[in-house]
Design a protein around this ligand. Structure first.
Ligand SMILES: [Zn+2]
Length: 573
């Protein structure tokens, strides 16, 4: 069963089933992979379940070694044989045919896969800014639009900044090559490399190795723009900076949990702003999550980075490289950080910058490079707050994320030549059922207003900053979830967040603390899950600026990478 899964997942070919354990030939990169000419990758062929006598690999009819000019490393062990060539690249655009023939114990195993290689285009954009609203599906955008802009007699009073990017629009498919529903490492990796991967992996294809750093790699956008064009790179997020999305821009690992390692990989970026000092401080420091005595903040400083640990320090930071870490772990969400300011929640991190402030600083610094820059900005807690079923906190973070896009649009309007992309890495199963109020004494599900009863919500943004002052107006939205554990629902905003479910042994049960007067909604996902989970829904991408025309219709998520390298005219040969 497992082998069958591997086989289907990798799109690879099973050729002989005579022995107890089926032998499988796995070709990495997988069938239908697409490459930019000159983009480096590791090619690996594994014969799983057998000790090979011989593995022969032909590319367009030519022996692999002479095709790439690289000698393969061949390993023949009982139950696993492999043929590997690291750091190879295609030099010409077009289709490539790969034929594999492995011989073991008198049997022959064959596999055929095909690749597409695209060449460089004329450079259209000097800079690219990729905004990733983590988990920000279509409905998250709409919830933010309702709260931020309002709706009168059925017409919106305005649109989000990301919705004003109108030169390109696409729906992206988000699946990895192993499963329908992705995680953020896998999906950000597709944007960063143009290649699909598997859940929890970034910048690699999955081989059989237990070592998360030994899987075959694909060159990512940070490495490419530096190597091919001498551009600068920035990574900005509201999460722990070593979390999946920012990490996938720079790192290669089968396991996103390798955050000690990922922290060091952040040296590939010139501007690094977010939370997560726990991965940079030596293990002797309280709160550190390092397993060694390295002080990465000092190491970054020694390599010429200015360091900022607060909003004030960020404002004052100077130079071409900045490391800013504003919390031990994830930064606090906008509602807690900027509006509620509960000291029990902020835990001493009282001076964290906003995402727009971090974005502005990153652009200021990176735009000093005449060769241009690539910047990724993530609104990370849009996702994290939906996992804990707190759509209000998620919506305020979506609005904050949108304000960061305003900063980029302002820069692009002044400086030109900047492609701005705003998308999500995957979706969450939320839907706007209607509105909710208790004006007539009804409560709970009886007070969910549908159809004609769903009169407009009463969020008010009196000071015009884009954020409604009160996240809990008399008439609020009825936002409901498609994929959740057992939880208590009261349709109200919770000043103090609490997880939707808690583990009782290995079963997740509704947490009464979340909504003491709420009604129990039985879960619709396995009881082992204590959080709301990702959905496989396609996600919207809005694009503005030179190169934005690439994005139209329904596209695979890997095409984000190809749209970026096309706009930048990257030619890494
Ligand atoms: Zn998530």
């Amino acid at each position: 069963m497992l082998w069958r899964k591997v086989l289907l997942a990798a799109g690879v070919l099973l050729l002989c089933t005579s022995s107890a354990m089926a032998e499988v030939v796995v070709v990495l990169p997988i069938d239908r992979a697409k490459f930019l000419t000159g983009q480096k990758f590791d090619m690996e062929i594994e014969l799983r379940g057998a000790k090979a006598d011989e593995i022969k690999v032909l590319l367009d009819g030519k022996e692999a070694a002479s095709f790439f000019g690289v000698n393969p490393v061949v390993k023949k062990e009982t139950g696993l044989s492999s043929f590997r060539m690291d750091g190879v690249a295609f030099t010409k655009p077009g289709a490539v045919k790969v034929e594999v023939e492995a011989k073991a114990g008198g049997k022959t195993f064959k596999a055929n896969v095909g690749y597409t290689v695209v060449g460089p285009e004329k450079r259209a954009a000097k800079n690219v800014i990729l905004f990733i609203g983590d988990g920000m599906g279509l409905v998250s955008r709409q919830v933010a639009r309702i709260l931020s802009k309002g709706i009168t007699q059925g017409k919106y009073n305005g649109f989000l900044e990301m919705e004003l990017l109108k030169d390109g629009f696409a729906l992206l498919n988000t699946s990895g090559y192993d499963s329908l529903v992705t995680d953020s490492a896998n999906s950000a990796s597709a944007y960063a490399t143009g290649h699909k991967s598997v859940v929890n992996a970034m910048g690699v294809y999955e081989n059989s190795s237990p070592d998360p750093l030994a899987h075959p790699k694909v060159e990512n956008i940070a490495e490419l723009v530096k190597r091919a064009a001498g551009m600068s790179v920035g990574v900005v997020t509201t999460s722990n900076i070593t979390d999946a999305t920012p990490a996938a821009m720079v790192a290669h690992t089968r396991r996103r949990a390798e955050q000690n390692f990922i922290a060091g990989e952040m040296l590939k970026a010139d501007v690094v702003l977010g939370g997560g000092s726990q991965q940079f401080l030596p293990q002797s420091t309280p709160g550190s999550r390092r397993k060694d005595d390295r002080n990465l903040i000092e190491e970054f400083k020694a390599k010429g980075y200015a360091f900022a640990g607060s909003r004030a320090e960020l404002a004052a930071a100077k130079g071409g490289k900045i490391l800013g870490l504003f919390n031990l772990d994830n930064m606090n969400v906008y509602l807690d950080r900027e509006i509620l300011k509960n000291p029990d929640v902020l835990k001493g991190f009282n001076d964290q910058p906003t995402l727009p402030e971090m974005t502005r600083k990153a652009i200021d610094v990176l735009s000093g490079n005449e060769n241009g820059f690539f910047l990724m900005v993530e609104g990370a807690c849009i996702d994290k707050q939906l996992h804990v079923m707190d759509w209000e906190r998620s919506a305020y973070d979506t609005i904050e994320f949108d304000k960061a896009i305003a900063v980029a649009r302002e820069f692009a309007a002044k400086n030109g030549s900047t492609l701005i992309l705003a998308t999500a890495d995957h979706s969450h199963g939320i839907s706007i059922t209607g509105t909710y109020h208790e004006k007539d004494g009804k409560t709970g599900r009886q007070a969910v207003r549908t159809y004609a009863a769903s009169t407009f919500p009463t969020f008010v943004d009196a000071d015009g900053d884009g954020f409604p002052e009160n996240p809990a107006p008399e008439v609020t939205l009825a936002v409901e979830y498609a994929n959740h554990p057992d939880y208590y629902e009261d349709f109200k905003f919770h000043e103090k967040s609490a997880p939707p479910a808690i583990m009782s042994g290995d079963v997740a049960i509704g947490n009464t603390r979340r909504a003491p007067k709420g009604i129990l909604y039985p879960g619709n996902i396995p009881t082992s899950e204590s959080q709301e989970v990702h959905a496989a829904d396609d996600v919207p991408l809005s694009a503005g600026g030179p190169g934005a025309d690439y994005f139209k219709g329904v596209m695979d998520n890997t095409e984000v990478f190809f749209g970026i390298v096309r706009a930048l005219g990257l030619d890494p040969k």
